[in-house]
Design a protein around this ligand. Sequence first.
Ligand code: UDP
Ligand code: MG
Length: 309
Amino acid sequence: MLSLVIPIYNEEKLIDELVGRTISSLESFTSDYEVIFVDDGSTDQSLDRILALQQINRKIKVISLSKNFGHQAAYTAGLENANGDIVAMMDGDLQDPPELLPEMYKKINDENFEVVSGKRTGRKGKNSRTIYTLLFHLFFRNIGEIKNMENTGNYSMMKREAVDALLRMKEKVRYLPGLRTFIGFRQGYVGYIREDRFTGSPKMSIGKLFVLAADAIFSFSRFPIRFCLILGTLGTLVFMGAGFYVLIAKAYGFALIGWSSTLLSIYFLGSIQLVFMGILGEYVYRSYKESQNRPVYFIRKFYDGQEKL
Ligand code: UDP
Ligand code: MG
């Protein structure tokens, strides 16, 4: 069986189109499937729309979360409750075209990959978010400790062994495209043009995207902490040199009344220390989050497709 996991947060206007296109794409290659919608605490009619469609197609399952936990948590809820021996992840705003599912399925079966990810070869509609994403991938390519994640997102399909591996990583700060790359296995790619979202505004605000990028960087790179160390070391060397110069100047009596250099070094040292404390704080916060060991989501109700409305 194939399980398709789709997180939904306030997408009422596109549910009909999404379900229509997704089901016809799935049925073009299999009748043995389930579509697991994870309603991430929507406050609009999304859940009701999906439940109405479930009355028509019992292969639709719905996990309703107790509040909005964010889409990485929603995906995790879906993955943990998927029964398929193949499991796919797809955004619910039609930016990931459902029409690509047959190609992913074919690749995973015929070419013997355990993981197939959608690689974005281009995009329709450029905006500030696009630039932001491009910058993230450029930066991450250079500092990340996992390779070949570039231009992939959540859209992917995995065999059971890969899903199980992914779910064995219980960390609370979850960046799934990174974790999915980290597990290894034979990983394949299918290229696609990322569409504009079908309708409505992005549910990941720039703020949420920023946190996601920070999660990726702090989980899969030691760049931030190493950066502190390197800059701290360089700073120390420079100031040792400067200190030496000051002593010599004093000894030979050509020391100047240097308030500007004094102020500058105070500002410089002060601000660098604040930045470094911030970076350290990120690590402390993240390990605090892990040690709290709270579940990443709570389920209010699981609609398994048998309910009557
Ligand atoms: N989403 C979610 N919870 C959230 C934010 C988003 O489940 O807190 C869903 C959203 O409904 C969509 C998918 O995650 O199906 C991707 O969200 P969005 O399009 O806003 O993200 P982007 O395209 O910017 O990555
Ligand atoms: Mg989107």
